[in-house]
Design a protein around this ligand. Structure first.
Ligand SMILES: Nc1ncnc2c1ncn2[C@@H]1O[C@H](COP(=O)(O)OP(=O)(O)OP(=O)(O)O)[C@@H](O)[C@H]1O
Ligand SMILES: [Mg+2]
Length: 146
């Protein structure tokens, strides 16, 4: 469960302050499937970064699965992230020299899952998106969609 209250996000650019989110409230319950659609340059990625605990708001109150996130330290946030959150970034953030299978296995490494189990899980995940046969390709050997 995700509950954000009174989120405000400002970016400081030299002398200017860009106000991106202003007093936003958001509640997403377990099993909700939510998509956020709004024009470009609005606030979607800013909000996703806050929900994903990759960035903090200028002022906010955030509760995630009944855990109060607002004042958590980076180390605690990274633990909550790797246990609960998967990301697909707008700019992909793939590692250029790493084959597909290793990219998929990487987050599992941080969870101390054994190598043969990581490999099995990664292949199963790749099969679900028809990419198992591309497991040894590097990012520049994939199409945009892939
Ligand atoms: N790190 C940053 N520093 C300063 N300004 C930023 C930063 N990140 C985003 N912005 C500004 O905040 C506004 C919202 O950006 P955001 O990335 O949230 O838009 P978006 O809705 O995801 O757009 P798109 O659909 O193009 O991905 C933009 O005007 C952008 O220039
Ligand atoms: Mg975006």
């Amino acid at each position: 469960m995700i509950k954000l209250e009174n989120i405000k996000k400002e970016y400081k650019m030299w002398e200017n302050i860009v106000e991106v989110l202003k007093w936003v409230d958001l509640e997403i319950n377990s099993w909700d499937f939510v998509s956020i659609m709004w024009p470009s340059w609005s606030w979607k990625s800013t909000l996703m970064n806050i929900i994903g605990m990759l960035d903090v708001a200028t002022s906010w109150k955030y509760t995630f699965n009944n855990i109060e996130i607002t004042w958590k330290k980076e180390d605690d946030l990274s633990k909550i992230r790797w246990k609960n959150i998967g990301f697909i970034f707008q700019s992909y953030n793939l590692i250029s020299r790493m084959p597909v299978i290793k990219q998929v296995m990487l987050p599992l490494t941080y969870q101390w899952i054994a190598k043969n189990k990581r490999e099995k899980m990664a292949i199963e995940a790749l099969e679900k998106v028809w990419l198992a046969d591309k497991r040894n390709n590097k990012p520049n050997e994939l199409s945009g969609w892939q």
